[in-house]
Design a protein around this ligand. Structure first.
Ligand code: FAD
Length: 373
């Protein structure tokens, strides 16, 4: 990428509010001079360094900048790498080979899966077939903020996949789990992550961060409008008489749904959470996890199916694998016009967040491709 290093990444992405906190830069930093703050941003930790300074960058290291899925003309660059072309103006949710509704036939996975259990079924199958040695995903844990928070983790067994299943609406930068995978000598990995994290599926090969590009055998993206701060979520729950320590499951289906240990179920208006939108989500234009191999969401009319946007050849091949193994059943996405409509609508809404005018003067290349909305 020439003469661009942490200084440019910091000024153009972190300081402008475009950084989602995906932690690709932290994962890729070869000298461990980037850390990660409690409010989910990368930070220079080199002694005596200013926020935008990096002694390694000054010597020519540009890996953080190359790994970033929001740097400069990221969208067209990543599209080209993953699909061999940039999306058409009518492809508001990104390039897709097929859109399916999928659900697992494995009762234990179905029980714990957030929607159709597709993500967990793919991981279980990949581990069983030796296609991956582990997956970078998240698990529920007290991160130091309090109970029912979410942290990055590595799962390597069916039991661990099942224990990690379901959705949490606070943020875990799953690429950070790469450090543990490296320590454990795991080389073939799946990456599970929200839209922002899933884009590293393309930024790593696009800009030749080969060490990590080679390790990611499959990326499963989660459709995502936003995440909330832990404190905000806890506060709104408390306002409704719910102690976050008692929560066992959360889902969002138009309203914020909460299940508690005592068997209780509460619905809370989603708008009460919006003031607590995590900072890194505010300008994110990607609802549809547009650079994943398979993007998975729960906007279907029927709660027990995962909407799966299959984008790449390897995504297609994994889908064929789980279907042929009888682990997943599918039907065409068009069976659910509401889900298809919401996919387009929510993708369009998110794309309007991108603040072209916030980009520095010298950054001429448009980062976001035009779409028909
Ligand atoms: C924060 C967030 C917001 C979402 N917003 C939408 C939305 O607006 N519309 C929509 O259609 N779908 C959304 N989804 C996706 C949806 O909730 C399901 O994850 C998806 O449908 C897959 O369901 P499944 O049953 O196949 O997954 P499962 O088999 O249950 O597997 C889910 C996987 O996601 C991982 N995971 C859960 N929470 C997190 C997290 N916070 N960070 C990282 N990894 C996590 C789990 O560890 C597990 O591996 C969102 C998911 C998340 C995490």
């Amino acid at each position: 990428m020439g003469e661009v290093h942490w200084r440019e990444l910091y000024r153009e992405v972190v300081d402008t509010g475009l950084c989602t906190g995906c932690a690709a830069c932290v994962m890729a930093c070869p000298r461990d001079v980037l850390g990660y703050t409690d409010d989910y941003f990368p930070v220079q930790v080199g002694e005596g360094m200013g926020k935008d300074e990096c002694v390694i960058g000054d010597r020519g290291c540009d890996i953080c900048t190359r790994a970033c899925p929001r740097f400069r003309a990221w969208e067209s660059e990543l599209d080209e790498t993953l699909f061999g072309r940039v999306r058409g103006a009518d492809e508001v949710s990104g390039v897709a080979r097929s859109i399916l509704l999928a659900r697992t036939t494995d009762a234990a996975i179905a029980e714990v899966g957030q929607d159709g259990g597709l993500v967990s079924a793919l991981l279980v199958w990949g581990l069983r077939e030796g296609r991956i040695e582990g997956a970078l995903t998240s698990r529920i844990e007290d991160s130091g903020r309090g109970p029912f928070d979410v942290v990055p983790t590595v799962v390597t067994t069916r039991e661990e996949v099942l224990a990690a299943a379901g959705s949490r609406y606070t943020y875990a930068a799953t690429p950070l789990a790469m450090a543990e995978a490296e320590e454990r000598g795991l080389k073939e990995l799946a990456l599970v992550g929200m839209s922002c994290q899933a884009s590293i599926n393309a930024s790593l090969p696009a800009r030749k961060v080969n060490k990590y590009a080679r390790r990611i055998a499959l990326t499963l993206g989660l459709l995502c409008s936003k995440t909330f701060t832990y404190e905000g979520q806890r506060q709104v729950l408390a306002d409704h008489g719910i102690d976050i320590a008692d929560v066992v499951k959360i889902n969002i289906k138009g309203v914020f749904q909460v299940w508690t240990r005592d068997g209780g179920y509460t619905e809370i208006p989603l708008k009460l959470f919006h003031p607590y939108t995590r900072e890194g989500c505010r300008l994110c234009p990607d609802f549809a996890a547009q650079h994943a191999d398979i993007s998975c969401g729960g906007i279907g009319a029927d709660d027990n199916w995962t909407l799966a946007v299959v984008r790449t050849a390897r995504g297609e091949e994994w889908m064929k694998g789980v279907i042929d193994a009888g682990l997943v059943e599918v039907r065409p996405g068009e069976d659910d016009p509401v889900a298809m409509g919401l996919l387009a609508k929510l993708s369009t809404v998110s794309r309007k967040r991108w603040p072209a005018d916030r980009l520095p003067e010298d950054q001429r290349a448009p980062a976001l491709l035009p779409v028909v909305s």
